[in-house]
Design a protein around this ligand. Structure first.
Ligand SMILES: Cc1cc2nc3c(=O)[nH]c(=O)nc-3n(C[C@H](O)[C@H](O)[C@H](O)COP(=O)(O)OP(=O)(O)OC[C@H]3O[C@@H](n4cnc5c(N)ncnc54)[C@H](O)[C@@H]3O)c2cc1C
Length: 326
């Protein structure tokens, strides 16, 4: 394995840290992202952890063994997954987030609230609409102080912020402000050079405004097309993005993509924690989220792949039944 330190797209050469220079006919950049420590006072305390790699996970678990209280910064996917995992290990866990409910930005308030209730039923504490002002303690963390002055005890803090695309090595290419690379629908950056996964921003469904998705399944979908592209078979990426997370053995799926919706239509049974949400944009279902509705969300992948103009009425309350009837 080698660490790439430079790419010359004109000369079609890749430079490695050990001095090796590789010529290429076709190259794929799939360098993912890096996490950054938050710009908060004393964030370098021992026991203030980030999570990206396996060794990060092992460090968190080792500290969890020595801790009774944990604080999680961030109410998005990584933060909530870590929170559930630590809670299941018996720690008292408090999640601090700027948003009013978890996943508010991605999934909207109703779905976020359903997810928050799931966590609360498992004993998790929330401080939403709040930010951390400082990490407290000496070399070891003893707690955090919120911007409103509240202090929360913690021997372990995990920061779950988004990633910054790892594109520092590719000077000379037109990176976006967030570090990502804009590619065409066939993942092309420039002649012979392709980008995929978390660094790539590309037209949604092949012809819509570009989006960048930090999800494993999307990276896998890109990978297949990128492999074909580097072999000279260029195929447009028009797949329906899919994301899932499992917390307390409950599964949340998100199908499609929409960053701003006109309406959310919920199908839920007040007696059950399950729900299905349709995100409506311009009268059609642009995305959907399902909480423990695996049959319906997997059917939605097929249905949204077939057509892009599904109305919520046409999809009905059970996309799985609809798919079976087609
Ligand atoms: C803790 C955590 C939990 C997640 N949970 C989920 C989840 O539940 N569901 C989901 O869909 N997604 C999840 N994700 C996101 C998912 O892991 C990413 O979207 C996906 O891995 C992106 O794939 P990638 O190939 O773009 O990059 P990565 O998987 O990050 O791979 C990038 C690779 O490039 C290498 N690399 C980087 N720079 C260089 C260089 N200069 N030279 C050589 N090699 C280099 C890296 O070492 C790495 O091996 C999670 C991510 C994290 C961190």
């Amino acid at each position: 394995m080698a660490h790439v330190v430079g790419i010359d797209a004109q000369a079609r050469q890749i430079s490695c840290e050990d001095g090796t220079v590789l010529d290429y006919d076709a190259a794929l950049l799939a360098t993912g992202g890096v996490l950054r420590r938050p710009p908060i006072a004393r964030a370098d305390r021992r026991n203030v952890c980030l999570l990206r790699s396996r060794s990060d996970a092992e460090a968190i678990l080792a500290q969890a063994e020595r801790s009774r209280h944990a604080v999680i910064l961030g109410t998005s996917f990584i933060g909530m997954e870590v929170a559930a995992s630590l809670r299941e290990r018996g720690l008292e866990v408090t999640v601090v987030g700027k948003e009013a409910v978890p996943f508010e930005k991605q999934l909207g308030a109703p779905v976020g609230m359903a997810w928050q209730k799931l966590h609360e039923r498992h004993g998790l504490g929330f401080r939403t609409g709040a930010t951390v002002a400082s990490f407290d303690g000496g070399a070891d963390l003893t707690g955090i102080t919120l911007d409103n002055g509240e202090r929360i005890r913690a021997e372990l803090a995990v920061v779950g912020r988004g990633i910054k695309p790892t594109t520092d090595a590719i000077a000379g290419l037109p990176c976006n402000d967030d570090g990502s690379l804009t590619v065409d629908a066939k993942l092309g950056v420039t002649d012979g050079l392709y980008a995929a996964g978390g660094i790539a921003q590309l037209p949604h469904r092949g012809d819509r405004p570009p989006i960048r998705v930090e999800h494993w399944r999307v990276a896998e979908q890109h990978g297949r097309l990128a492999a074909l592209a580097t072999l000279g078979q260029q195929v447009r990426y028009a797949a329906v993005p899919v994301f899932w997370t499992i917390q307390y053995l409950k599964r949340l799926d998100y199908i499609g993509h929409v960053s701003q919706w006109d309406d959310i239509i919920l199908h839920e049974d007040p007696e059950k924690p399950e729900l299905l949400a349709f995100y409506i944009k311009d009268g059609v279902v642009a995305a959907a989220a399902g909480l423990d509705r695996d049959h319906d969300t997997s059917a939605l992948v097929a249905l949204l792949s077939l057509r892009r103009d599904w109305t919520p009425q046409a999809l009905g309350e059970s996309p799985a039944r609809l798919l079976a009837s087609l």
